[in-house]
Design a binder for this molecule. Structure first.
Ligand code: ADP
Length: 425
């Protein structure tokens, strides 16, 4: 599923970016052609104008003395200067003089620029065909038309530079298209990663939740089936029903926990946050846990400030997070042990510590204990009714309050869970 989405992403990315690239390359090429042609025409025009002015003067001054003019033309107007031919016409558009190919006897082209193919060599024995840019200029003297001048320059250099640009585009565009495709594939992978992670997490969570529910459902079913058989011993039947009730209760706890986790994902809405006196909240919890600890043969010590410690929070959720930590401390500390609850302020943050000197957590398990359904000792946790969700819930609550929860623990020495919360009202 993710591979298909990634392929689609890469596909659309390459298509859209490739389309843009293609459009830019096309426009760029057209602009380039236009600019090169403009420069070429400018130069040709400039060259032709000077040439036309000089040679007409000479032609008229010399009264059409063909030999002198020819000499002047061959000395002064060299075709090595990049011109293929130069032609002079009188006002009736009749050919008067030329160098290079003579063309037609009568001027047919309109004044201006044209690109055309011409035969090089003499008229009788043309050698090669080449593309030229031809310009035809009317020659005016004091606003009076005195003739026409036509010349042409080879377009080889222009064509080869445009060919190069075209080659660059034909080779460059597909290569860039490929690079865009690979980049799209790579970016697609990056973009998919968070959703893939979230999907895998959800998949694992659903699998874990179903797994956790399977055992109690099987227990309920088997006990109910036996209880339905006419009893030989009414006490036995009562025990079965009791077991069903207990299992259903624990299933209800699990379902509530799961609902809790899915409901309070992400940060909390501002409207649900109210000013809470953390000191007061923990004091009331301490009272409950002192009683509970003493029934388990544990010492419970609360070190809480007398003054209020105010912050914006959802009081019920915060209470739930601390209850989860305190319940664990009581659960995983053998009789005779000590559990402490502390509250103090450090660097503009409220710090809550729950410390016990119980069984502790092995270093290998520490990085995972906040994962959903993670239990260090599965058998012990099951016996104490744990599903491995208490710490995940506590962490989710604290993170929703922009706080953080950390742990330090050593096997057989005990654990200290610490909650840091920003002090803002
Ligand atoms: P559970 O409901 O199983 O207690 P939690 O998410 O609350 O699940 O805790 C996850 C695991 O972390 C527990 O199974 C337990 O092994 C370990 N743990 C949590 N708190 C303590 C503690 N104070 N001392 C020792 N182990 C603890």
């Amino acid at each position: 599923m993710f591979d298909r989405s990634r392929r689609n992403l890469a596909h659309w990315f390459a298509l859209s970016m490739g389309g843009i690239l293609f459009a830019f390359a096309g426009v760029g090429y057209c602009l380039n052609v236009e600019e090169q042609l403009r420069l070429f025409d400018d130069e040709l025009f400039h060259h032709s104008k000077t040439l036309a002015a000089k040679t007409h003067y000479s032609l008229y001054q010399s009264q059409w003395q063909t030999q002198r003019t020819q000499a002047f033309l061959e000395n002064g107007v060299t075709l090595n200067g990049g011109l293929v031919y130069a032609r002079w016409y009188d006002t009736e558009k009749r050919l008067v003089q030329f160098i290079g190919s003579p063309g037609t006897k009568k001027l047919t082209a309109k004044p201006g620029f044209q690109a055309l193919q011409v035969q090089l060599g003499s008229e009788d024995s043309p050698t090669t065909t080449t593309w030229v840019r031809q310009v035809t200029l009317p020659i005016l003297q004091d606003t009076v038309l005195i003739g026409y001048f036509q010349t042409a320059a080879p377009m080889d250099s222009l064509r080869s530079s445009l060919n190069q640009a075209r080659l660059f585009i034909t080779v460059g565009v597909p290569i860039t298209f490929g690079v865009i495709g690979i980049t799209g594939w790579f970016l697609g992978g990056l973009a998919m990663r968070p959703s893939q992670r979230a999907y895998l997490q959800l998949q694992r969570f659903t699998a874990d939740a179903s797994h956790e529910l399977r055992t109690p459902v099987a227990t309920v079913l088997s006990n109910a089936q036996v209880a339905l058989i006419p009893p030989e011993d009414p006490l036995e039947q009562r025990l079965r029903l009791q077991k069903i009730a207990e299992t259903a209760k624990s299933m209800s706890v699990l379902i509530n926990n799961l609902l809790f986790l899915s409901r309070h994902e992400g940060s909390l809405a501002e409207t649900t946050l109210k000013p809470v006196d953390l000191s007061k909240l923990l004091r009331s919890l301490a009272q409950d846990f002192t009683v509970q600890a003493s029934t388990q043969g544990l010492y419970f010590i609360a070190q809480l400030p007398e003054h209020p410690v105010m912050l914006r929070a959802d009081a019920n959720l915060l209470k739930q997070a601390v209850i989860n930590l305190l319940s664990n401390a009581l659960k995983y500390t053998p009789a005779g042990g000590k559990v402490q609850l502390r509250l103090f302020i450090q660097s503009h943050r409220a710090v809550i510590q729950v410390e016990d000197n119980g069984i502790g957590i092995p270093p290998n398990d520490l990085p995972h204990i906040f994962d959903r359904f993670y239990r260090v000792d599965t058998v012990r946790s099951r016996q104490t009714g744990g599903f491995g969700l208490g710490l995940a819930i506590a962490q989710q609550i604290i993170q929703a309050h922009q706080g953080q929860i950390t742990v330090k623990s050593f096997p057989s020495q005990g654990s200290t869970f610490q909650i840091d919360l920003p002090l803002r009202i």
